[in-house]
Design a protein around this ligand. Structure first.
Ligand code: ADP
Length: 261
């Protein structure tokens, strides 16, 4: 597959959360391919270190727990110091658990909101202050198809991701006068570790086989295949590029047509 090249991205520095696996790792690879130096921040330091070693181009690994302000501040400051500034934030760390809404516990609700929603707030605010001081910067948040449509067995996850789009729109309006753009991507059924866990959960909660769940996902996708992390990563790179200079506050669907508005 050929990838477009955005020469203006070469030499930029990105701070990427949840970059150790899945969609985040694909974004790290895609940014490095454009000549971006990436600080890969993950709660799993080993996966971040492995990713940084693999993608090269000066990439570094930092430990972060996006739920905690002090952790986000320390990780971001470390990256700023080591790389000499950050130009791009990709706020991608996320979790999902599956549960029937009638049986959902407070703990599951809080876990999803702490990582998916508070994590976006903290990383966006801390990077946003840095960008505001510099007078430039670009943010891409990972939302979800479930940020547009309430998904069964994922009420808590959907609610946490709807909130990400609300934040993205409001923050985009606040930072637009300084030329700082804030967008989100909304992936659909992406082939990652998270998806494998979801398929297992959904199959057991519905009493059907994982293969049946997988085939249902493909059947719901007009473009007729399961989504890959690379499908999402290419759109993230585009949103960081000058080609997306007049786009802000958007939640871009990358779903193979599962959701169309
Ligand atoms: P996806 O399908 O979104 O790629 P994964 O589960 O494969 O899902 O990846 C999510 C990433 O987010 C993982 O690398 C994981 O370690 C990271 N992550 C999860 N929770 C946190 C957290 N609290 N702080 C930072 N990173 C986190």
């Amino acid at each position: 597959m050929t990838h477009p090249v955005f020469p203006e991205l070469s030499g930029r520095h990105a701070f990427l959360t949840g970059g150790g696996t899945g969609i985040g790792l694909a974004i790290a690879r895609a940014l490095a391919r454009q000549g971006v130096t990436v600080a890969i921040a993950d709660i799993n330091l080993k996966s971040a270190e492995d990713a940084a070693a693999e993608i090269g181009n000066g990439a570094i690994a930092v430990e972060i727990d996006v739920r905690k302000r002090s952790s986000v501040e320390t990780a971001f400051a470390t990256a700023v110091e080591k790389l000499g500034g950050i130009d791009i934030l990709i706020a991608n760390a996320g979790v999902s658990t599956m549960q029937k809404a009638l049986e959902l516990t407070d703990e599951e609700w809080d876990f999803n909101f702490d990582v998916n929603t508070r994590g976006i707030f903290l990383t966006n605010q801390i990077a946003g202050r840095h960008f505001s001081q510099k007078g430039s910067g670009c943010i891409v948040n990972t939302a979800s198809l479930a940020a547009k449509v309430g998904a069964p067995l994922l009420a808590h996850y959907s609610a946490s991701k709807f909130a990400v789009l609300g934040w993205t729109q409001a923050f985009a309006r606040e930072l637009a006068p300084q030329g700082i753009r804030v967008n989100a991507v909304c992936p659909g059924f992406v082939k990652t570790g998270m998806q494998s866990r979801e398929i297992e959960w959904e199959a057991s909660l519905r009493g059907i086989s994982p293969e049946q769940v997988f085939n249902e996902y493909v059947g719901l996708t007009p473009l007729g295949r399961i989504e890959t992390p690379e499908d999402v990563a290419d759109v993230v790179v585009f949103l960081c590029s000058e080609s997306a200079r007049f786009m802000t506050g958007q939640g871009i669907n990358v779903t193979g047509g599962v959701y169309m508005t």
